[in-house]
Design a protein around this ligand. Structure first.
Ligand code: WTA
Length: 683
């Protein structure tokens, strides 16, 4: 599977400088260790586990599992019998044993330039302990779920780690999601408490987060589910000023006195008031290896989001190890991942992986284009960022503005670049490599999923020769295969379904509260394998190339969206009787949403209705799901049995006339009409 030799053409190599100090300095060493990791996982992970604190040791094998639905329930167990606490491992040990108390954990950079804070490991530990005591005083116990709906502020990390410290299970909902989406996630997780903030700025735009949180809680009540407590952080209003750690005073845009924050005295509690009286001491709760750590919702192809559940020990070791080796972490690095903590990338590679390694990270609240398109590079220079991790969509966005905004800043500190979220097109890869990294920095194109917990296909920067657009080879412990439609494993160069043959420590354990759904989605199609839902090609050198989703999911700006979810938001509008949504390639976002709607008799399609529909989707799901194109479809192309032919709709959306076999279409005149009226420009 791993080649003996990688050809010299079309490949790029990490710098000689990097190789001198790299953890995995050559492809030979990678291959050797890889073999060990899959042939003898106990020894491989056993060595890694020695670097962590265990309250009790494991009693069984490192990995125990069943991937085959025909043989019984699917399960994955790692280090059974062991107990630990992640918060203790990533904070207390860094402060007390590794003497990193005064090291910066986060450089927080606000939306507005000049609004910044520095938080050391010692300060972070203190804040986490205090807030953990607050949670306890509010009755939160080990195993309870807590929902968190917050902007990118240090307190978001504090809230999540406070949960971890007391063994509670956090469920973070991205602050860009709508009230409806938050309500759905609160109800599914059955959490007893919500943590939120008053509001925040995204670029110029003020978001009243508390208003959305209240709306969500009201919707929950209407559906018969009441949350007893909601803790609100004042990020924009006056009190924020008093609790600032740094000496810098907030810029003009913060605090924002005119923010009208709704307050319900029966439910709402003020973060600052609670923390003021809390103790700095909080004994960690020791958790078993397979105790739940967190739930994170990701789009499901049926439209209902899935609560991906990760557990304690495996996730801790896996995120720590991938962070260390994939970014080749060195103690003097300043690392910056631009993702939001509301997504898995932020969980694994802003919070858990970097802190487990005692790293210094940038935590950025703002946007790459605010106040101008140089912001990223300004921040790179300001903090001397050495390792930079972002999404292809951000690169394509910045590419549009040319080299000048990049070259305004020196970027001398950069040593490594990374991407995540979607395949990176070679043009964007080359721009990132040459313009941003000045051909000095290797690019790690990391393929993974919310479900995988951490990187699963990825180059190692000093070891793996890179091919632009390929996520290259498996990480340690990961065994990929490519299957054809009949479930046969393909050898050599091939194209098909990407699956994994055995678990690695950081993979998901179940869909929260729905084991049946977990098995159906990931294990039913090909018994014996975990099915990623992605298509993949393996080339003659054994490199893996992700070819995109093969289910009804779209990848818009690196975010997975289910077409079913958008369709159901559209048909909830009284003017719409049927909707079908497909992806259309987009130069920056990767894919855009092209929606076909069939209207109720007598309703006319016009700009006002179009705007209402866009608003409807935004309010139901969130701004990331806003339709780019909406086409009036008096009828949809269907088979004689009534199934919508999405394949044909995709062709119409892209204006591709070669439709292939359409003999199963009930009425082919529908297609002509749709071609005729297709949208040419996004709204
Ligand atoms: C896609 C994000 C190609 C893929 C960490 C996957 C990628 C989905 C890459 C998971 C990559 C992620 N190359 N495709 N480097 N990284 N994807 O759960 O389709 O938000 O299944 O996790 O993103 O998205 P999720």
């Amino acid at each position: 599977m791993i080649p003996d030799k990688v050809p010299k053409e079309d490949v790029f190599h990490g710098s000689e400088d990097l190789k001198k100090t790299a953890h995995i300095p050559s492809f030979e060493i990678y291959k050797e260790l890889y073999l060990k990791s899959i042939e003898n996982p106990d020894e491989f992970w056993g060595d890694i586990a020695k670097d962590f604190f265990w309250k009790t040791n494991h009693t069984g094998p490192f990995l125990d599992y069943n991937f085959d639905v025909t043989k019984g329930e699917i399960f994955i167990k790692f280090m059974e019998g062991a107990s630990t606490n992640i918060c203790y491992n990533i904070l207390d040990r860094n402060v007390h044993e590794r003497k990193l108390g005064e090291k910066v954990a986060f450089y927080w950079e606000g939306n507005e330039p000049g609004d910044a804070l520095t938080v050391t490991y010692r300060e972070l530990l203190q804040k986490v302990c205090r807030f953990a005591n607050v949670l306890k005083s509010q009755g939160v116990k080990k195993g309870d779920a807590v929902s968190i709906y917050m902007p990118m502020v240090v307190e978001l990390v504090v809230a999540m780690l406070a949960c971890v410290r007391i063994g509670a299970v956090h469920s973070i909902v991205f602050a860009g999601f709508s009230a409806e989406s938050l309500c759905e996630r609160i109800m599914d997780s059955q959490c007893s408490l919500l943590i939120t903030a008053d509001g925040f700025y995204r670029g110029d735009k003020l978001i009243n987060l508390k208003l959305l949180a209240d709306e969500a809680l009201q919707k929950c009540r209407e559906k018969g589910f009441s949350i007893q407590r909601c803790i609100m952080l004042k990020h924009l209003s006056k009190e924020a000023e008093e609790t600032l750690l740094g000496s810098q005073s907030p810029p003009a845009k913060r605090p924002c006195s005119d923010l009208q924050v709704p307050w319900n005295p029966e439910v709402d509690l003020c973060w600052h008031a609670l923390v003021r009286g809390a103790s700095d001491e909080c004994e960690p709760e020791w958790c078993a290896s397979e105790d739940p750590l967190f739930i994170l919702y990701t789009s499901g192809s049926t439209g209902k989001p899935k609560g991906v559940l990760h557990t304690v020990s495996g996730y801790m070791l896996y995120t720590a190890t991938t962070f260390k080796l994939v970014f080749d972490y060195q103690p003097d690095d300043v690392y910056w991942c631009t993702a939001d903590i509301g997504w898995i990338t932020g969980h694994s590679y802003i919070t858990y992986g970097p802190l487990a390694n005692g790293a210094t990270s940038v935590l950025f609240e703002g946007l790459p284009t605010y106040p101008d398109v140089s912001r990223m590079w300004e921040i790179v220079d300001k903090y001397h960022v050495s390792k930079f991790y972002t999404a292809p969509t951000a690169i394509r966005l910045l590419m549009k503005y040319g080299r000048e905004p990049v070259q305004k800043y020196k970027r001398e500190s950069l040593k490594l670049l990374g991407t995540v979220g979607e395949p990176i097109n070679p043009e964007a890869w080359h721009w990132y490599y040459s313009v941003v990294g000045e051909k000095r920095c290797p690019i790690v194109d990391t393929f993974w999923q919310t479900e995988t917990g951490g990187h699963v296909l990825t180059p190692l920067p000093a070891a793996t020769p890179m091919k632009p657009g390929s996520a290259t080879f498996p990480f340690f412990g990961v065994v990929p295969a490519i299957l054809n439609e009949s479930g046969e494993e393909l050898e050599g160069p091939s194209d098909g379904y990407l699956v994994f043959k055995q678990p690695w420590p950081g993979m998901m354990r179940t869909v929260y509260g729905n084991q049946q759904r977990f098995e159906t989605i990931y294990f039913k199609k090909f018994p014996g394998y975990y099915v990623t839902g992605d298509g993949c090609r393996r080339d003659k050198d054994g490199y893996y190339w992700i070819t995109g989703r093969i289910d009804d999911m779209l990848n818009v700006s690196g975010h997975l969206l289910s077409t079913a979810e958008v369709e159901s938001a559209l048909v909830e509008h009284q003017a719409v009787v049927e909707a079908a949504v497909v992806g259309r390639p987009h130069p920056v976002k990767g894919e855009s949403l092209y929606c076909f709607v069939t209207l109720t008799d007598g309703v006319t399609f016009n700009r006002t209705l179009e705007a209402e529909l866009r608003k409807q989707v935004r309010e139901k799901i969130g701004a990331i799901a806003t339709p780019d194109f909406i086409q009036n479809a008096p009828a949809l192309p269907k088979t004689r049995s009534g199934k919508i032919m999405r394949r044909v709709l995709r062709k119409i959306a892209c204006d591709e006339r070669d439709l292939g076999d359409i003999s199963t279409l009930a009425d082919s005149s529908v297609v002509e009409q749709l071609f005729h009226n297709r949208c040419r420009m996004a709204v």
